[in-house]
Every structure is written in C-alpha cells, then in structure tokens.
Design a protein around this ligand. Structure first.
Ligand code: C2E
Ligand code: MG
Ligand code: MG
Ligand code: MG
Length: 280
C-alpha cells in the first residue's frame, strides 16, 4: 500500500521540479530560447483612409506565441529585449517574417504599404538597414512600400544619430513615420528637424480627443504643423465613430484602431485585403 503512494508523490515531485526549473529560467533566457525556437509571429493591423474607409496600409505588430498557448504582448518583452541587447535579433526576425508574409499581398496591391516598428537601438545599428534591404530584395518588395516607425522617445534617446539614419533610410526609398507622437517627449519643434514623411498621433491622445480640453487645443496645432511640413497623419487607437469623425473633420487623413480592425493574423489580413480590393 505504501508503494503506490510513494510513486504518486514522486510523480508529483517531478512535475513540480520540471515546473520550477522552467520557472528558474530568467525572462531573458526564455526570450533567447523563444528566438531559437521561432515562437514569434506577426499580426497586421489595417490603416485606413478616413474619408472612404479604404485600406491604406498595414502595421506589422509582433506576437510571442508560447508553446503553452499563451500569447505574450510586445509591451512585455520588447523593453526586455531592448535592455539586454537582444532587440537586433528580434528586429532581424521581424524583417524576415514581414517580407515572407507580405510579398504576395504587396506585389498584388502596389498602393499598399507595410509599416514596421524600429527600436531606438535599431536606428543606430548600421546593420539594421542592410538586413532589411537583403530581406526585401529576396522577397521582391520595393522600399517604397515599406514605412519605418520610430518613436518620438526613441529619436530623442539616440539624438543626432536618428537624423542621419532616418535620412539614409529615406534616401534608400523608405518612408519614415514618427510613432506615439504627442506623448510629450519633445513637441512640435522636434518635428521640423527630423527627416519624416508621417506622424502617428498616439492612442492616449486620440482617445481624449473629444473630451479633454488640452487635447482639443493641441491637436489642431499638431495637424496644422504636419500640413505645413507636408507630413501625412495617422491617428492610432481610434475606437469610436465620434473619434473618427472628430479626427476627420480636423484634417487627419488616416487612422487605425479597433473601430476599423484589430491587428489580424496573416490569413485574416489577406481576407481583409481581398474584401477591400473588391469594393468599388
Ligand atoms: P505601437 O507601434 O504604437 O502599436 C500600436 C499598438 O496599439 C498595438 O499594440 C496595437 O495592437 C494597439 N492598438 C491598435 N488599435 C487599438 C485600439 O483601438 N485601442 C487600443 N487600446 N489599442 C490599440 P501591440 O501590438 O500590443 O504593440 C505594442 C507596442 O509594442 C507597439 O506600439 C510597438 O511600440 C511595440 N511593437 C510591436 N511590434 C513591434 C516590433 O515588431 N518591433 C518593435 N521594436 N516594437 C514593436
Ligand atoms: Mg507603431
Ligand atoms: Mg504608436
Ligand atoms: Mg506604442
């Protein structure tokens, strides 16, 4: 009678040890393992033209799909990767996945683009643009269909290095967008100095657009400035029709957000693109 109980407790102990030893992997070690095991994939969020709802492009957003089925959001692991110098490996994987995923879509729909997020370190990494070019060439994607998103915060962090890298990227045919604009790191003066094509107005800003008096005063300035610098504007995180209407009436051309679509897995994005292409 003692034996089965002994076996049972041994089995329980084993399960515990396995779980604990897995837990003993630091988050960083888990991230490195995930890279080796190719546990990352991309989702794509439609960016639409506010005047007619038609597809303008897509933003590539990374997802970590763990073997246990959990999906880890980039907000949780991108900062870790940035902190520990793993981000260049992740960026290289992103370039590769985006090129493979979207080669057919971009070829069939030359008016569309894909917007890829870069970290501050990528901006100062001379290999990043080389890696990107190699992946795009292999897939037959033209730089004109690729936007690079850098955050306002990232640009400030790397200072003048941002200017020269972004200028290089534009010279190579990419479009450059400043992400999360309006979160208060540097303001409008900074816009004039950077070589840019587009500004993306941050979600926190967009979501207070019809309710917050500060936002209502500042937004027209951002829009006016963007127009005079001939930058296009994308509003992020648009969730309600009221926000969309307000933005459109204020002169914002493009938007993304749950009102239009969440970030989609590739097969759903392809369906979205086909539905959009069928609209006359
Ligand atoms: P981001 O570049 O500003 O991307 C927009 C984020 O807002 C995405 O979160 C998107 O899913 C979310 N979003 C879109 N519409 C709505 C909405 O209507 N309401 C709300 N509440 N959220 C909305 P996600 O995918 O979790 O990405 C978070 C951040 O992680 C991104 O912010 C970007 O900074 C970073 N990130 C994502 N993918 C990559 C990547 O491939 N490389 C790098 N370096 N960073 C990435
Ligand atoms: Mg972005
Ligand atoms: Mg953003
Ligand atoms: Mg963000």
């Amino acid at each position: 009678l003692l034996l089965p109980v002994g076996l049972l407790s041994a089995a329980i102990a084993l399960v515990l040890v396995v779980k604990l030893s897995r837990r003993r992997l630091s988050p960083l070690a888990e991230l490195r393992l995930a890279l080796r095991r190719k546990e990352f994939l991309m989702h794509y969020q439609p960016i639409v033209n506010l005047t007619n709802g038609r597809l303008h492009g897509v933003e590539a957003l990374i997802r970590w799909q763990r073997p246990d089925g959990d999906t880890v959001r980039p907000d949780l692991f991108i900062p870790l990767a940035e902190e520990h110098g793993v981000i260049s490996d992740i960026t290289a994987v992103v370039f590769k996945m985006v090129a493979a995923d979207l080669r057919d879509v971009l070829r069939a729909h030359p008016q569309l683009h894909v917007s890829i997020n870069l970290s501050a370190q990528d901006i100062t990494d001379p290999n990043a643009l080389k890696t990107l070019r190699a992946q795009l060439e292999a897939a037959g994607i033209k730089p004109a269909q690729v936007w690079l998103e850098v955050t306002e915060r990232g640009c400030v962090a790397v200072g003048v290095a941002a200017d020269s890298t972004l200028a290089q990227a534009r010279a190579a045919g990419y479009q450059v967008a400043i992400d999360d604009f309006g979160t208060g790191y540097c303001g409008l003066q900074y816009l004039q100095k950077l070589p840019l094509d587009t500004i993306k107005i941050d979600r926190s800003f967009v979501q207070t657009v019809a309710t917050d008096s500060v936002t209502s005063v500042v937004l027209p300035h951002i829009i006016q400035m963007s127009h005079s610098l001939q930058l296009s504007i994308v509003a992020e995180g648009v969730e309600t029709q009221a926000q969309a209407d307000y933005l459109q009436q204020s002169g914002v051309q493009y938007a993304q957000g749950w009102l239009f679509s969440k970030a989609l897995p590739l097969h759903e994005l392809k369906q979205y693109v086909e539905r959009d292409a069928a609209m006359k």
